[in-house]
Design a binder for this molecule. Structure first.
Ligand code: NDP
Length: 272
C-alpha cells in the first residue's frame, strides 16, 4: 500500500513552507508520508477536502483563507480549536470522524521554550487581537506570566479578548497608545508588518533582558523587529513558530515528535 497522504490547503499555497517542513520530519523520523500542497478555489474548500479524503487523505494543514471554513466542516473541534475559533489542522480519526485542531499556540510555546524566553512570572505584551492571538492566549496563560496585556488597533477587540481569557485579573486589554509599564516579552501578532507598518508604540516598552518576537518571518527583519533592535533587546521572528505548529500537527497525525532544530536551521538557510 502507498504511504499515508497529508496536505496543506490554501489559496494561494505555492509559497507554503509546510511541504518542505513535513518532508524534513518524514526523513528525520523514517516515516515516509506524502505531504502535498493543494490549491483549493476560494469558493469550494469543502469539495476539495472531500475529494482529498476520497483519495485516502489522512489529515491536512489549513491556511489562509480556509481556517474558519475548516472549523465549520469538522465533525468536532479540539478545545484549543474551539478557543481559537479557527482550525489549522484537520485530523481523520480512527472512527472516520474529522477533528479540527489548532496547533498555532502550541507551536509558539514550543518556540518560546526553545528560546528560553521569559514566561513564568514575566510581564507579557501581545500586539494584535486577531485569529493568531485567540490561538495563543490560553497556552501563554498556562505558562504563568505575572501579567498579560493585549493591545490592539481596534481597542474593543483587545478588551473583549482580555475579558474572555482573564484569569485572576492578570489579563488586560487596551489600545497601543495606552500601554503602561515595561515588558519581558513582547509578541507582535498584528499583520502590520505585512504592510511594512509599525503600530504607534511607546518607546518605554522593553524591560532589561526583554525578548521581542514577531510572528511574521522573512529574509529581512520586520519593521517591528528593526524598531525593537534600536533598544538593544533580543529579536526573533516567527519562523520557529511555523516549524513548531507543524511539529504539533505532525504529532497529532503520527504520534511522534520531530526534532525541530535541524529543520528550522535548514529553512533559515533557505530564506537567506
Ligand atoms: P488577523 O487578520 O486575524 O488579525 C490581524 C491583526 O493585525 C488585527 O489585530 C489587526 O487589528 C492588526 N492589524 C492589521 N493591520 C494593522 C496595522 N496596519 N496597524 C496595526 N494593527 C494592524 O491575522 P492573524 O491573527 O491570523 O495573523 C496575524 C499575523 O501573525 C500575520 O502576520 C500572520 O502571518 C502571523 N502568523 C504567523 C504564524 C506563524 O506560524 N509564524 C501563525 C499565524 C499567524 P484590527 O483588529 O484593528 O483590525
Amino acid at each position: 500500500s502507498r504511504s499515508p497522504l497529508y496536505a496543506v490547503f490554501g489559496n494561494p499555497v505555492a509559497h507554503s513552507k509546510s511541504p518542505q517542513i513535513h518532508a524534513g520530519f518524514a526523513a528525520q523520523l523514517s516515516d515516509p508520508v506524502r505531504y502535498e500542497p493543494r490549491l483549493a478555489p476560494v469558493d469550494d474548500f469543502p469539495g476539495h477536502w472531500r475529494a482529498f479524503m476520497a483519495e485516502g487523505g489522512r489529515g491536512a494543514n489549513v491556511t489562509v483563507p480556509f481556517k474558519q471554513e475548516a472549523a465549520a466542516l469538522a465533525d468536532r473541534l479540539s478545545d484549543r480549536a474551539q478557543q481559537a475559533g479557527a482550525v489549522n489542522t484537520l485530523i481523520l480519526d480512527r472512527n472516520g470522524e474529522v477533528v479540527g485542531d489548532n496547533t498555532d499556540g502550541a507551536g509558539l510555546l514550543l518556540d518560546l521554550k526553545r528560546l528560553e524566553a521569559p514566561l513564568e512570572g514575566a510581564r507579557i505584551l501581545v500586539l494584535g487581537a486577531g485569529g493568531a492571538v485567540r490561538g495563543v492566549l490560553q497556552p501563554l496563560l498556562e505558562a504563568q506570566p505575572s501579567a498579560l496585556v493585549i493591545a490592539n488597533r481596534t481597542i474593543d477587540k483587545a478588551t473583549a479578548l482580555a475579558e474572555r481569557f482573564d484569569i485572576q485579573g492578570r489579563v488586560r486589554g487596551c489600545g497601543f497608545e495606552e500601554i503602561k509599564g515595561r515588558f519581558d516579552l513582547v509578541i507582535n501578532a498584528t499583520s502590520a508588518s505585512l504592510a511594512g507598518e509599525l503600530p504607534p508604540l511607546p518607546d518605554t516598552l522593553f524591560d532589561e533582558g526583554a525578548l521581542a518576537y514577531d510572528m511574521m518571518y522573512g529574509a529581512a527583519p520586520t519593521v517591528f523587529l528593526q524598531w525593537a533592535q534600536t533598544f538593544g533587546v533580543r529579536c526573533v521572528d516567527g519562523l520557529g513558530m511555523l516549524v513548531g505548529q507543524a511539529a504539533e500537527s505532525w504529532y497529532q497525525w503520527r504520534g511522534t515528535r520531530p526534532d525541530t532544530t535541524p529543520i528550522l536551521a535548514a529553512l533559515r538557510a533557505d530564506l537567506r
